[in-house]
Write a protein that binds this ligand. Structure first.
Ligand SMILES: Cc1cc2nc3c(=O)[nH]c(=O)nc-3n(C[C@H](O)[C@H](O)[C@H](O)COP(=O)(O)O)c2cc1C
Length: 185
């Protein structure tokens, strides 16, 4: 082992899938941003997700205002679009129009699903205790969708430095996960 800067620990931990987050402001306008900093917090009863969305993001105000968002999961064919979405702001541009993304109606929240994504998770804000300190929102997943017909299914994983790993081979270690069988169906 060699020393690694603690300030760069995110580069080791971040590579979950990069996601997109949609919101719809009370005015009716939908917006979308890119998010790499997120984590599962609780499996169920209810399912909870931690998401870092800072006050510099236009999306932050809509999330505060409505308490709702959708986490959409893009695949390798959307890699460039995913980065471009994170390099501009809904303050200045209608990102759904600019990036030719389709807003689909969600079941339980006003924020739209992204039809071009592999999966969409409808979320409601469950806890704001850490928002002021860290921009860390605890979101409850209230409904989720996947597109079984999508051919490209490889997700993108940010290495924290502008490089991304595209999903590779899936290996199953389900037989060894003896204590966690309830999470395998
Ligand atoms: C790969 C990537 C990952 C990002 N991860 C986050 C994140 O985890 N949290 C965050 O607040 N902003 C993150 N951003 C920046 C936002 O996506 C960016 O500020 C975005 O333009 C906000 O859009 P908005 O102003 O329309 O809300 C990321 C950007 C990129 C390109």
């Amino acid at each position: 082992m060699k020393p690694y800067p603690a300030a760069k620990a995110y580069r080791l931990l971040e590579p979950g899938p990069v996601v997109l987050v949609t919101t719809r402001a009370a005015s009716g306008r939908a917006n979308i941003m890119t998010m790499g900093f997120h984590m599962m917090v609780q499996h169920d009863s209810p399912p909870l997700i931690g998401a870092c969305i800072g006050p510099w993001d236009f999306s932050y105000a809509a999330l505060r205002e409505t308490g709702e968002c959708v986490i959409a999961i893009p695949t390798a064919d959307l890699a460039g679009t995913m980065v471009d979405i994170g390099n501009c702001s809904g303050r200045d541009v209608d990102k759904f129009a600019r990036f030719r993304l389709t807003e689909s109606p969600a079941g339980t929240v006003r924020a739209p699903l992204v039809a071009e994504c592999l999966a969409n998770i409808e979320c409601r804000v469950a806890d704001t205790a850490l928002v002021d300190a860290y921009g860390l929102w605890i979101l409850e997943a209230v409904q989720a969708w996947t597109d079984p017909d999508r051919r490209e299914r490889r997700t993108l994983h940010h290495n924290g430095d502008g490089t991304f790993t595209v999903d590779g081979k899936v290996i199953s270690l389900q037989d060894r996960m003896v204590l966690w069988k309830q999470f395998q169906d």
